[in-house]
Write a protein that binds this ligand. Structure first.
Ligand code: GLV
Ligand code: MN
Ligand code: MN
Length: 391
């Protein structure tokens, strides 16, 4: 059986710990190859779509298929489960259904979405956003990684034509229902398997503070316009603004040029903000922006705010969720603060998510974990779900 252990050596990050696998980088391309071989070994036909996503078909590709899958990329220094668990479980569920002689009356497809984490090009769920038209191909292809390589260039190198990217009606028509299995990412589940009810509204904002690059020793304190000062005020403002269940995080600060004895000329601060609904999320970001502007003025700096990506609250299809819960004998439904390709698809097709218990609640970190028995229960639940939907 295909297992997470099969890919345990791919994309390990010796410096950060855990895994760094990003859209179309060497590790992710190797995992795509692995997926293609695993699918071929099962006689599934792998058909890439126009936007960099891979589809492995059990049955003839066509409309109204039952689609499952997830992503193979990670955050920088991420865990082994976020993404790959959904892909491996999908392949195992196909094996389990075949082993019991199930013959689907609808096609079943396992999909791998590209750049779900946005760890390389900055925008999360890039493959599913392109497919649904939530991001334009022009904007997506212009996104660059830290080395200045654009998504368009990386996609081209991986064999995709940027000129053919964009909303894919045919792919959307192919999805009758989408079910993504994922490791739960908080401490919300105390049984092996659950279902997702909703996802917080969330987005990413880039604050670019501009000051004056100068010498760390020769420049008097009163002569400085140091963008790192308002940048650090933003971090504190984010914590202050995130009240009442809202979340605001600065996980990435990039000073330019980034030298110990150099006052930065500019600093990019990436803000991740999430809350129950659109209005509350906007309010949190507004409060942080106000604090950032005031701190910039005080230091004689400027600040420019760019909304890099955004998605409103997702409420998963309750009819599909209840149906699956019935098939599984009644499992808990829980909300999540984490984003997923399923959240992007939920606005277009009936979508559900199965969660596998996370004993510590740690995720987006090397310590992310799920017990083997719980993962096995996830496969059983996914197989039962696919069997029910494709019967
Ligand atoms: C993806 O995992 C996210 O929630 O940002
Ligand atoms: Mn993630
Ligand atoms: Mn994920």
């Amino acid at each position: 059986m295909t297992d997470l252990a099969d890919i345990a050596s791919v994309g390990r990050d010796a410096r950060r710990g855990g895994y760094s696998r990003h859209g179309f980088d060497r590790a992710e391309v190797e995992l795509r190859q692995w997926f293609t071989e695993e699918a071929a070994r099962r006689g599934l036909d792998v058909v890439p779509d126009r936007n960099g996503n891979l589809w492995a078909w059990w049955g003839k590709p066509g409309p109204d298929a039952v689609v499952t899958g997830s992503h193979l990329d990670s955050v920088p220094g991420g865990g082994a489960f976020d993404g790959p668990l959904g892909v491996v479980s999908a392949l195992q569920a196909v094996d389990a259904l075949r082993a019991r002689g199930f013959r689907p009356s609808k096609p079943i497809a396992v999909v791998v979405f590209v750049e779900e984490e946005g760890g390389r090009f900055g925008v999360a769920c890039l493959g599913s956003r392109l497919m649904t038209g939530a991001v334009s191909p022009e904007a997506a292809c212009k996104l660059t990684d830290p080395d200045g390589v654009s998504f368009g260039e990386a996609a081209h190198k991986a064999g995709f034509d940027p000129l053919r990217m964009g909303r894919d009606e045919q792919a959307l028509r192919q999805i009758g229902q989408f079910v993504e299995l994922h490791v739960e990412q908080g401490r919300g589940l105390d049984v092996p398997v659950g279902l997702a009810s909703s996802i917080l509204a969330h987005g990413r904002w880039r604050f670019t503070f501009t000051g004056e690059g100068n010498h760390a020793g020769a420049t008097l304190i009163e002569d400085r316009r140091d963008p790192m000062l308002p940048a650090s005020q933003l971090v504190l403002a984010a914590r202050r603004a995130a009240t009442g269940g809202a979340r605001a995080t600065v996980g990435r600060i990039v000073p330019n040029p980034g030298g110990t004895n150099v006052i930065a000329s500019s600093v990019d601060v990436w803000l991740d903000a999430r809350a129950a609904d659109d209005a509350r999320t906007r309010e949190v970001v507004e409060a942080i922006s106000e604090a950032a502007h005031a701190a910039a003025v005080e230091e004689g700096c400027e600040v420019r705010v760019t909304e890099e990506s955004y998605g409103d609250t997702v409420h998963f299809d309750s009819a599909l969720r209840n149906e699956i819960s019935g098939v599984l004998g009644g499992v808990p439904a829980l909300p999540t603060g984490a984003g997923h390709d399923a959240g992007i698809l939920a606005g277009h097709v009936p979508t559900a998510m199965l969660f596998v218990r996370n004993p510590t609640g740690v995720s987006h970190a090397p310590e992310e974990h799920a017990e083997p028995d719980d993962c096995a229960a996830g496969v059983v639940a996914l197989a039962s779900t696919l069997e029910h939907l494709a019967r």
